[in-house]
Design a protein around this ligand. Structure first.
Ligand SMILES: Nc1nc2c([nH]c(=O)n2[C@H]2C[C@H](O)[C@@H](COP(=O)(O)OP(=O)(O)OP(=O)(O)O)O2)c(=O)[nH]1
Length: 132
């Protein structure tokens, strides 16, 4: 049976209404796909706590977590991912990619041009169509 992993992703928006996107590195699963940064929820954590921890670990900055955007389950070849995405804003510091291959701030109209991980697509569509 395939394992299901519960993952959270942050849709971080700046004051220019741009969204922070991160490119998974060649060493990661789903290499070379763009994502909303985050990771797996650990035992005893709320989704918000997991997101803050992951962003601190992977980008050395802190965020404030806002409203939930999407809750999507996607079956990959080897794993089932339940991805919950949340709106977020930077709190302290600027994101510094410690593990990702690249990062970009992208306006909503350009989001669909990036090769996002399949589990992210419903959130990408929702954010793209949202009034700014
Ligand atoms: N972080 C993140 N992972 C995503 C997204 N979309 C998506 O399908 N995934 C998948 C990729 C991975 O299979 C899984 C999350 O793994 P991860 O490698 O980011 O999690 P983690 O930091 O907790 O990893 P680790 O400690 O186990 O190495 O979810 C997304 O938008 N953000």
């Amino acid at each position: 049976m395939k394992k299901t992993v519960h993952v959270v992703g942050a849709i971080i928006e700046n004051e220019k209404n741009e969204i922070f996107c991160a490119l998974r590195s060649p060493e990661m699963d789903l290499a070379n796909h763009w994502e909303f940064p985050g990771g797996k929820i650990e035992i005893g954590e709320t989704p918000e706590q997991a997101l803050k921890r992951e962003i601190q670990e992977e980008f050395a900055c802190t965020i404030q977590v806002g409203a939930k955007v999407e809750d999507t389950t996607y079956e990959y070849e080897r794993v089932i991912v339940r991805l919950e995405t949340y709106k977020a804003q930077l709190e302290e510091g600027q994101p510094n990619a410690l593990e990702h291959a690249a990062t970009k701030w992208v306006t909503r109209d350009k989001l669909t041009q990036l090769n996002f991980a399949p589990a992210d697509v419903p959130a990408v569509v929702k954010i793209t169509n949202e009034a700014k």
